[in-house]
Design a binder for this molecule. Structure first.
Ligand code: PRT
Ligand code: ZN
Length: 223
């Protein structure tokens, strides 16, 4: 029976910036995502794939744990998970080239910024403590304080919560409106196809087929 044949479970963002690009890519691959009654699952008929619709932040853990076999997630979210997790994480199957953005440290426009040493003794608000910490360490800054925030970082300096922020920048408009400027880029992000560690042969083959279609779709797009 059909129910016995294995299907690949792919975790994608349900709604948001990444979701739009992800559904576009699947469509260009000739894959129609058929939404059923469930708000959590959708189905692809052209390939044996079930789509799990979730918050982007949950994708690395779902894939690392094997609850999903694969996922599409921003490099920023994947890398932050990798730097802050205990135990084995998901692995990168491919870089997809869309949803590009930068993770930047930003300071007030009036500040003179000459390099990472600026952050010595400063407070930096972010929801990326792992990526920020590792950049500070690589840059030799030992006494900066990381203030964990889950949104609206750009107002932290005005509120006196922090001296600087570390957040995703795309056009730079958000920083500009809040009187901030990019000091340094600490990570360049694009969407990644990630996979559970130790996929069995059947699922690895399905993932390979999906990856092949994605490569084809992305190549014809850039041709
Ligand atoms: O609900 P859920 O948790 O799933 O979504 P989310 O709100 O956490 O994420 P979402 O949909 O905003 O972003 C998903 C992914 O898109 C991110 O993890 C990045 O990989 C990528 N991406 C690309 C961005 C941006 N561009 C972006 N501009 N993510 C966030 N932003 C935000 C940024 O945080 C800042 O507030 O946009 C603002 C800056 O944009 P500019 O254009 O003003 O510079
Ligand atoms: Zn999120």
């Amino acid at each position: 029976k059909e129910t016995d044949s294995p299907r690949l479970r792919l975790a994608v963002q349900k709604k948001g910036r990444l979701a739009d690009d992800t559904f576009d890519l699947l469509a260009k691959c000739g894959l129609k995502v058929r939404h059923g009654r469930s708000r959590l699952f959708a189905r692809i008929d052209e390939l044996p794939i079930d789509v799990l619709l979730v918050r982007d932040d949950d994708i690395p853990e779902l894939v690392a744990s094997g609850a999903a076999d694969a996922g599409i997630v921003g490099g920023n979210v994947f890398e932050e998970d990798r730097l802050t997790r205990d135990g084995e994480g998901a692995v990168i199957a491919d870089a997809l080239g869309f949803s590009r953005c930068r993770l930047c440290v930003a300071v007030a426009k009036g500040e003179a910024y000459a390099g990472p040493a600026y952050f010595s003794g400063k407070k930096v608000a972010t929801s990326y403590p792992g990526l920020l910490q590792s950049w500070l360490e690589e840059s030799g800054v030992k006494d900066a304080q990381i203030v964990l925030m889950h949104g609206a970082h750009e107002i932290a300096p005005r509120l006196g919560l922090a001296d600087a922020i570390c957040d995703i920048v795309s056009t730079g408009a958000t920083l500009d409106t809040n009187g901030l400027k990019v000091a340094d880029t600490i990570y360049r992000s694009e969407a990644l196809l990630i996979a559970a560690p130790g996929l069995d042969v059947a699922k690895a083959e399905m993932l390979g087929a999906l990856k092949g279609r994605m490569r084809g779709a992305l190549a014809s797009q850039h041709a």
